[in-house]
Write a protein that binds this ligand. Sequence first.
Ligand SMILES: Cc1cc2nc3c(=O)[nH]c(=O)nc-3n(C[C@H](O)[C@H](O)[C@H](O)COP(=O)(O)OP(=O)(O)OC[C@H]3O[C@@H](n4cnc5c(N)ncnc54)[C@H](O)[C@@H]3O)c2cc1C
Length: 455
Amino acid sequence: MFRRVAIIGGGAAGATLLSELLERPVSQPLHLDWYTGGGTPGRGIAYGTRSERHLLNVRAASMGMFASRPNGFLEHMQKRDPRISGTDFLPRCRYGEYLEAETASALARARSNGHDVRVVPYEVDAMVPENDGVTLFQGETTTRVEAAVLALGTLPPRPLSQVDEATLAGGRYVTRPWSLLAEAKPDTQAYHVAVIGLGLTAVDVIVELAALWPNARFTGISRHGLLPEVHQANAALPFEDSEELIEAMRDAPDIRTWMHLLREAIGHTDDWRRVIDCLRPRTQELWQLLPLADRSRFLRHARWAWERSRHRLPQQVAQAIAALEQENRLQRVSAHLHGVTLGERGPQLRILPKGQGKERTLDADLVVQCVGLDNDIRRTQHPLLQQMVTNGHIKPDPFGLGMQATPDGRVLHDGSAWPRLFAIGSMLRGSLWESTAMPEIRQQARQLADHLLSD
Ligand SMILES: Cc1cc2nc3c(=O)[nH]c(=O)nc-3n(C[C@H](O)[C@H](O)[C@H](O)COP(=O)(O)OP(=O)(O)OC[C@H]3O[C@@H](n4cnc5c(N)ncnc54)[C@H](O)[C@@H]3O)c2cc1C
């Protein structure tokens, strides 16, 4: 059992692990250091939004913080309003409040049980893992712990290579959409906003800015010009042949066969979502069976289609987007982005629309980059991860999906696992693929807490 543990990361994953550790009966008091990196502990990026327009993309019944109580969030919400149903997609800010409330009660319990928990609202600057402990550096302070867990979420976005320095310096090209939305104020100017990418983050940006800026119009640019797929109003029935499908996929772990099997299964259902959803509890296991060459093939050819079908929009959000399109406030363009430079009137985008041989330019008042979550620690400027990669303490996943680790979250270096350094959440995508959402994170938190406190 490790009595002195550091958790690095103040989002939902760090909060869930902390709460799991403090839930368990232990023979001796724990000493936990929780480095949150600033912000409201527990909320992180996803649940830090204060907008009611930003909805969860997972139904309320599946968003409980604890693996032992998957209904926890629903019960919390139904105490306020019994009409709320488990199939509802609720605002993410409500979920942030729930995380905060659960974390506060875990911390209060810890005090009454004699545990010593330090919540440190700063980033860890550097770490040195060794076989008998981990040393952390934060500002002028050095701390030695028995074990440490990296719960760092996804990486700060990097600007696309097509954007020139002058545009970046001009302040009208935004790489951190969440900071923009947190500070955006109502405005009646007729802005033209170009959004690069058309995934869930782009949708959040468009829906929010369209409400705050009623005269703004938007151009959404992506390779295919398509939005994420949409959830059905009610949860789909389980796919009746899921066991046979998974068994067949297990027997032939190569991406071409899997695509064939999936197409066949989808052909036998009334709703393709049932097939995609039946894979979710088994995705991690299937991913581990897939040879590296096939992972690479999947990432090159099928990743985009998978993400679009797996991470879907709630119907209310899809309707808000459709209304903007009908009012001609949103135009979607399928195009390659060739460059963004600073013109006389602001950022200018050069794009090559699909099927056309000729480049087109687009003037915008503001450009917001929403190109998906980044886990590539080979290229990151995140100071802690940079330091750990440079010093060989961690090894990047070969496909840019976080760090090399065992499926149960032990961080690898030179092919072997550190006995006292662990990771949870998005940084484990390379070994698990499905590792960014709460249903997976709470499972990892439970297993890790069991491991850390086992005798
Ligand atoms: C916009 C958005 C919507 C989403 N919606 C859903 C949803 O509806 N349902 C769902 O299940 N999942 C959703 N997700 C997935 C989401 O990633 C997880 O649910 C969860 O929020 C991940 O939490 P995390 O703690 O791993 O990461 P984060 O929330 O990113 O937290 C990482 C934390 O690490 C801290 N940190 C970074 N570096 C350091 C350092 N050096 N020292 C100390 N602290 C550091 C950061 O400050 C931050 O607090 C969504 C994600 C996004 C981005």
